[in-house]
Design a protein around this ligand. Structure first.
Ligand code: S3P
Length: 168
């Protein structure tokens, strides 16, 4: 793995940003939250981009930012949960970076919906069944990675330590 970027993928609300920050500090690397870069460069948060310009515009910007960061090395990146919907994004990330999938079960994840809904446009207006369908479908886009960590019932610190042990 050496100096490659470490990239965290997984469904929204699985702790990619929290783990990413801890992991970066632990490994003495810079942490980059791709959604934050998009927000800074676009001048509005993802929720607003979705509302004002639609998902397609968000995905284009997301792709451009990820491709740019894939040219770097030595960082810890957290990607939005929908980034791997785009085949080109998936391909370049897997090629250039060390990809870690933070996995979670539906039973644990669904308890987080109330906390996530206001800032996650793709969850809005969906029934629980539709949300579960989205969750199950998304599991299939995260099927390519270099390392998978099961995060069920683990704290951010525990997940971080597990990653550190496994990559060393
Ligand atoms: C999205 C996940 C969000 C953000 C945007 C779209 C998705 O990121 O990129 O709202 O399609 O799953 P997080 O996974 O960090 O919540």
């Amino acid at each position: 793995m050496h100096d490659k970027n470490i990239v965290l993928i997984g469904f929204m609300g699985t702790g990619k940003t929290s783990v990413g920050k801890k992991l970066a500090a632990r490994l003495n690397r810079e942490f980059v939250d791709i959604d934050e870069v998009i927000e800074k460069e676009f001048g509005m948060p993802p929720t607003e981009i979705f509302k004002t310009y639609g998902e397609k515009t968000f995905r284009q910007k997301e792709k451009e930012v990820i491709e740019r960061y894939c040219q770097h090395s030595g960082k810890v990146l957290s990607l939005g949960g929908g980034a791997f919907l785009q085949e080109e994004v998936k391909k370049i990330t897997l090629e250039k970076c060390f990809v870690i999938f933070l996995d979670i079960s539906w039973e644990i994840w669904k308890e987080r919906i109330p906390r996530l809904i206001s800032t996650r446009p793709v969850l809005q207006g969906k029934t629980l069944e539709e949300t579960e369908e989205l969750f199950r479908f998304r599991q299939t886009i995260y099927n390519d990675y270099h390392l998978k960590i099961d995060t069920d019932r683990k704290s951010v610190d525990e997940v971080t330590e597990e990653i550190v042990q496994k990559i060393q």
